[in-house]
Design a protein around this ligand. Structure first.
Ligand SMILES: [Ca+2]
Ligand SMILES: [Ca+2]
Ligand SMILES: [Ca+2]
Length: 394
């Protein structure tokens, strides 16, 4: 206007009228029938404008209550909205459920946003357990052996091996008599095939007593496979590890193991360099936890249900997302990161009931390659929503 004067919105000069936080989705978990934790999840809605703002918050699933679902926020004011898993949630069969929470600004439309909802009904159960009292007969290379460790090694670097298992006497360990040798190749301990058919959310837990030099020199690692040929890394020593006690460790191996008939776990000692030897791996009380996949157990041929998956998984960088719709209608398929941020709009439109597929090239909406990690693909249809984890490994 040429006057040199400048108008400043004193409430928040750079923000949208309506601002919702936090940015995380709402995630509930509990046994079938509940209760679910957390009890509720709260979001704040700020009105950064100088006029009152009318909002609506709605869920596209019946298993949460949203309070208040609508209201008026005074200029410069704020309100809290609470999302609670309700009686419908308590009636859900075992499984994972997904939905979307939509925040709408009815006053001027600025700041409309969504948050992801998910609920897991059914807590993981112990499915397989190897207490090492007896030898499970795994394939053991080099100095890997089943038996009672002797408390040896660790004289120069780190700590000695234990003198027994965490429970019972026996372990699988690398050199039960002491330190690993210098200049080792990679030497593997590989389980037999573990049948994870019908399992979802597969998790590996075990007791670890490990001493290994830093990975510039010596290596200890863990990997998982669904065919015994291609192994995907789960863990490797990020630094020197010196342990003088048993530690329980836990890894989500669902991306590789869920639903697979032949899952193999592989612990590796080596490579090692020529100096500084440590007492190496000791493993006890290996457990596989998971949930029975109720959906596949009640599948009826010829009757479609809402679901989504991908193949191959893990992948790099191409994968094919397969989804099935229970009924004809509009559907969207999007990829999100683990924080619920949209990565890629994959497909959207009208689809027939039954199976469909869509390729994903590992690119984000801006055409940029996305990094290694876990991504969620979510299909939202007029009968509900389903999601699935995908692993991009570069
Ligand atoms: Ca034991
Ligand atoms: Ca070394
Ligand atoms: Ca040892």
């Amino acid at each position: 206007m040429g006057s040199g004067a400048e108008t400043i919105n004193t409430f928040s000069p750079y923000a949208l009228t309506m601002v919702v936080g936090p940015s995380d989705g709402a995630s509930f978990e509990g046994d079938v029938g509940g209760p679910f934790v957390p009890v509720d999840v709260s979001y704040f809605i700020n009105n950064n404008s100088d006029v009152p703002l009318t909002f609506v918050v709605s869920a596209d699933v019946a298993w949460v209550d949203v309070t208040p679902g609508t209201g008026l926020i005074p200029a410069g004011g704020s309100i809290d909205v609470t999302v609670t898993a309700n009686a419908v949630a308590a009636g859900l069969a075992q499984g994972s459920y997904a939905g979307t929470l939509t925040f709408e600004n009815l006053t001027d439309g600025e700041g409309n946003t969504v948050r992801l909802l998910d609920l897991t009904a059914g807590l993981p159960k112990l499915v397989y357990s190897y207490n090492m009292d007896g030898d499970p007969g795994w394939t053991a290379a080099g100095d890997w052996a089943h038996g009672q460790p002797t408390g040896g090694g660790g004289v120069s670097y780190g700590f000695p091996d234990p003198a027994s298992g965490f429970t019972g006497s026996n372990v699988y360990g690398f050199n039960l008599g002491g330190d690993y040798a210098p200049n080792l190749p990679e030497l593997h301990l590989v389980t037999g095939a573990i049948d994870c058919t019908g399992l979802e959310g597969v998790t590996l837990k075990f007791m670890r007593w490990l001493n290994v030099e830093q990975p510039l020199y010596d290596h200890a690692s863990l990997a998982v496979s669904s065919d015994g040929a291609t192994f995907f890394p789960v863990w490797e020593n990020p630094a020197e590890i010196i342990e003088n006690a048993w530690t329980q460790v836990e890894y989500d191996i669902s991306a590789v193991a869920d639903g697979q008939a032949t899952v193999y776990l592989r612990w590796t000692m080596g490579t090692t360099d020529g100096n500084w030897q440590y007492s190496g791996w000791n493993i006890d009380d290996v457990e596989i936890w998971g949930m029975q996949d109720g959906v596949s157990a009640i599948a009826v041929p010829g009757v479609y249900q809402l679901k989504v998956g991908n193949h191959p998984n893990p992948f790099n960088p191409m994968t094919t997302v397969s989804f099935e719709l229970a009924a004809a209608g509009h559907a969207t398929v999007n990829v999100y990161d683990l924080k619920g941020r949209l990565v890629r709009n994959l497909v959207e439109g009208a689809f027939a009931a039954g199976p469909h597929s869509a390729p994903w090239d590992g690119l984000g909406n801006g055409g940029q390659p996305v990094g290694s990690g876990v991504y969620l693909v979510r299909v939202v249809s007029n009968t509900g929503a389903a999601e699935h984890k995908m692993v991009l490994l570069k």
